[in-house]
Design a binder for this molecule. Sequence first.
Ligand code: ADP
Length: 331
Amino acid sequence: MSKGPTVKGRVLSGVQPSGGQVHLGNYLGAMKRFVELSKTAETLFCVVDLHALTSVKEAEKLRDYTRSLTAAYLAIGIDPEETILFRQSDLPEVCELSWYLTCNFPLGLLERAHALKDAKARGDTVNSGLMFYPILMAADILLYRAEQIPVGADQKQHIEMTREIAQKMNSVYGDLFPIPEPLIEESTGVIPGLDGRKMSKSYNNYIGLFETEKALEKKVKRIVTDSLGVEEKKDPEKCSVFKLYKFFASKDEQNALANKYRAGGMGYGVAKQELFRVINLELSPLRASYDSWMARPDDLEDILLQGAQKARVLAFETLSELRSALGVGRY
Ligand code: ADP
């Protein structure tokens, strides 16, 4: 793994265990970067199962998804010896902090959240957890006084909200929190799903990171393209297949495929086959590692619990200072 640029301050991020598997959007948009950061900075990465409760309503499923996501972190190269890898709900302290933040969070700000607006526009039944999602996310970040938050481009607004609430808390209660910075790879952008919308578990338009070779090939074939015929010239930059290809192919391979698009005479089936080949090449070893972690559920649990113990030391410090500043608890 190449060493990324050194970042200043504690790094934290999380992924929801809200679907069968992490997907290419999570991996390319955020998680691949987690691994680089873990080699050079103090990092905390979590399985945000409390957030997943906004959509997952079956206990056994949530436990499965949590195991799967933990195995995913390990399979992509997160080393629990150098990173605090933990499960959000192992530190219920985060719910306590959420309440303190809620009491200071402007309601109007929550109502403007894109994620909430999108859910309403889709006609989803919106529970209050979805509305308060950004507050719980702010609590995740502030509880551990994290300063750098690597996320995908879709999370920009939530980090902005965290910055606002941190500033507000500091102005009311004294200098308690560093103001976190988003670490967004702007050039990565939002990864498109099979239907061209943002790849997301909630849209069920995703390519799982550890799908079997067969399933991966099938999914790639389902990527929606325009209806231009084989002979017609095509624009690679407007095509989801090519957008994904760029993340896995070398510069030479990218140029070669882009030229075929522009020249005409190539059907999308050929581009898809080429995309499948490069994705499979990169993901095969990760898939094998994922499968072997999934066969060791007790080890996954131990790793999470050890992570929680380390995280608790940081959480305790923050909450002790904050409780005293708020005037709650023993004096
Ligand atoms: P989902 O939207 O599938 O529920 P999460 O909310 O758990 O995914 O996101 C985990 C991380 O993956 C976040 O940092 C998020 O920004 C990133 N991410 C998710 N989907 C995409 C996407 N399509 N493109 C870029 N980054 C993404």
